[in-house]
Write a protein that binds this ligand. Structure first.
Ligand SMILES: NC(=O)c1ccc[n+]([C@@H]2O[C@H](COP(=O)([O-])OP(=O)(O)OC[C@H]3O[C@@H](n4cnc5c(N)ncnc54)[C@H](O)[C@@H]3O)[C@@H](O)[C@H]2O)c1
Length: 329
């Protein structure tokens, strides 16, 4: 007989990575409840494919009364927490929402999960908690040295979770993915922003000389990795989730220009982001050894798929333009 699958509460599932995870979990037969505040970054259009197959609460993870009500009604067995303010540039302009959602929100969610006795709490952190590294790779026990207010808020949440594991024997697992890209990403991040700029016939802004290196992970691979860690990850452990595909920002933009048959004079170098991390790189041996996960999508393939998707969803991308211009004014 097939084992009964646990009921999952997914926070932030109207966002980019959370929605990819929600679509995958439903496809695999899980019953899910979605909690999302629907900030500028949240959009239920990302869940259209699974419409009618999930329960939705428009709620804020940093409001205890709202979380209490969701947990009381739903009694989830597993929580996967994607809900966050996620954009570094916004955290530099104003960190307050990052502190509220990413730190206080995590604590409130942890307390609700603890009170209602969830069996597993999967927290989505980031590779940015380690800061940057010129050579070599970060492993899960590397010191946390965040550079931006965003990364600091994510590192604070990680430390809080570690404290709950130690103090309350709380069943949490931390996942630290590298930079994601793919369908449905809000166009304030490098790849969809560049595509949007190309589609609008405008110059693509690239920080400094575009030499900063990120490790690019296709979002559907990331969702699969998270699901596998949810099933097999050990309580109290952290897992890096990287692809090994390290690229300079300028290489990424050039790949997009090529894919869209656009000349390279459309690149425009702009003043660097303050505190800009030089390079991220994750050691993923623990993930391979314990979880048996490896990415399936080559970077060039992922870029092709992302561009193809963007051309098909041009209307959706263009509809986000007003929010993006407000940010970079
Ligand atoms: N995008 C990346 O490359 C990347 C890489 C590593 C880790 N992460 C982490 O993965 C998670 C998801 O990232 P993303 O890119 O999908 O983000 P996103 O900004 O696309 O989505 C975040 C979602 O959380 C919701 N949300 C925000 N505040 C909330 C609150 N207080 N209560 C309830 N919902 C709230 C938003 O409405 C949105 O739907 C985040 O925790 C982020 O830190 C992202």
């Amino acid at each position: 007989m097939r084992k009964k699958l646990p009921k999952i509460l997914v926070t932030g599932a109207a966002g980019f990575i959370g929605s990819a995870f929600a679509r995958l979990a439903v496809k695999k037969g899980y019953k899910i409840t979605v909690v999302d505040k629907l900030t500028y970054a949240g959009d239920l259009a990302r869940l259209a494919q699974i419409k009618g197959k999930y329960k939705f609460y428009k709620a804020d993870i940093s409001v205890p009364r709202e979380m209490e009500s969701v947990f009381r009604k739903e009694r989830p067995e597993v929580v996967v927490n994607f809900a966050a303010e996620s954009h570094v540039d916004r955290s530099i302009k104003d960190p307050s929402a990052f502190i509220k959602t990413n730190i206080a929100g995590t604590q409130i969610l942890l307390d609700a999960a603890k009170k209602y006795g969830v069996a597993k709490f999967i927290h989505i952190s980031t590779d940015e908690v380690y800061g940057d590294i010129k050579k070599g790779k970060f492993h899960e026990d590397s010191p946390l040295k965040p550079s931006s207010p965003y990364a600091a808020s994510k590192a604070a949440a990680d430390l809080l979770i570690k404290a709950y594991v130690r103090t309350f024997d709380f069943p949490a697992v931390i996942i630290r993915p590298s930079n994601n890209y793919g369908p449905w990403q809000y166009p304030e991040k490098l790849i969809p922003l560049s595509i949007l700029k190309i589609l609008r016939g405008e110059k693509i802004p690239v920080y400094a000389r575009g030499k900063n290196i990120r490790e690019w992970l296709y979002v559907e691979d990331c969702a699969k990795g998270i699901l596998k860690i949810m099933q097999k990850g050990r309580k109290g452990e952290a897992y890096n989730l990287g692809s090994g595909a390290e690229k300079q920002n300028i290489q990424v933009v050039r790949a997009l220009l090529k894919e869209l048959n656009t000349p390279s004079d459309r690149i425009c170098f702009v003043k660097d982001r303050p505190g800009h991390d030089i390079r991220y790189s994750l050691d993923r041996r623990k993930l391979i050894r314990e979880i048996g996960w490896s990415p399936e999508t080559e970077f060039s393939q992922g870029i092709k798929q992302t561009v193809g998707w963007s051309l098909g969803q041009k209307k959706w991308l263009l509809s986000k333009w007003a929010g993006v211009t407000r940010l970079y004014k």
